[in-house]
Write a protein that binds this ligand. Sequence first.
Ligand code: SF4
Ligand code: SF4
Length: 404
Amino acid sequence: MGNGSLFPIVGTASVPGWSAAEGPVPRITSLLIKPVSAVCNLDCAYCFYLDREADPYQSLPGRQMSFETLERLVDTYLFYSYPESVFAFQGGEPTLAGLKFFEKLVRLQTEYGRNGQNVSNALQTNAMLITEDWCDLFREYNWLLGVSVDGPEPVHDLYRFNKGGRGTWKQVMKGVEVLQRNKVEFNILCVLSQANVEQPRQIYRFFRSIGVDNIQYIPLSEFHPSGEPMPFTVTPEQYGRFLCETFDLWWPDRRKVRIRFFDNLAESLAGMKPGSCTLHESCDSYAVVEFNGDVYPCDFFVEGGWKLGNVNEDSWPEIARRRRRREFAGKKALPHQECLKCQWQSICHQGCPKFRHAPGRRFEDLDYFCQSYKMIYSKSVEPLRNEVQKLLGRSAAGAGLSPY
Ligand code: SF4
Ligand code: SF4
């Protein structure tokens, strides 16, 4: 496929969706691409992709993005997103797509990218398959990797198993060593579960001891259909305490260690758009692309009712204008009594619809982690705001805050 694809990207005015009265259509500023859908080489006990009834692709064999879909995706998205194009790969385990798939990707990006276009690639992996050859590609094209590690061996191996039910820590750490030896930039994605949420000090010290300076903590929040939390799900109080204790540990290291939650909060206090969608006003910054080209508004809502289109059939402007995208984007702003009177509303923006929806399957509910947010905002906003003031000046540091 060549640049003939300029034609469909133009789209048509008759597509039902955002009307002029509703203001400009927000751009899709990054893509989260799932080249092998939710297929994985591990069998982690807490994985929300496993046995998920709503997954529309669960029973399909051979879930792997074809080169044709990849080419169509790269060609059209580079055109649509010029001059900043962000491709992030996730799974399941995206490295199962094979090194050739990603080598083809960068060739296509080189072929279809325009002068001055800034293209960045990121990949979230369990690091089980990482070898020197992968590192050559990642280093040459400056990829940012996220590696899933939940802490030291006994903690990590409590839930992160291979298909034979055995722990994976040793193999993951070999992958981490290969990345470090080859000077590939990576951060750690640490899932907080009942295995580690009571150990913020041990977890932080462990990551620092292996030379990690960029950490993202994700709290587990999986529920039975009855609304009961699953056994590994953390309580709001546990998550709040974890964040508060981690904040104290991190504070002396704040100029050299990046913890995504605190960085995003600082960005918000500085009046910048935070990196994390959970602190945005609406859910419309990124899109998920499945292996067959289907597009969704969020990785937590890859289900039939939220499908926005398909890259093989629809142009990006058409996908961006879909009424369903606007409907989803608005879920975050649904008012809740608690949020209406909350002093943190202008930072938090009602939390994340995934955490609002998960326990009772209702978007109108309060975010399950509301208590955690209040705990960490009460502790961290003031010192972070002072820090931002020191770095950026007084006027910038007031931008993201309501008076309190
Ligand atoms: S539902 Fe949560 S994770 Fe999904 S786009 Fe909205 S804020 Fe982000
Ligand atoms: S902290 Fe809780 S009450 Fe306040 S805006 Fe966030 S979710 Fe709503």
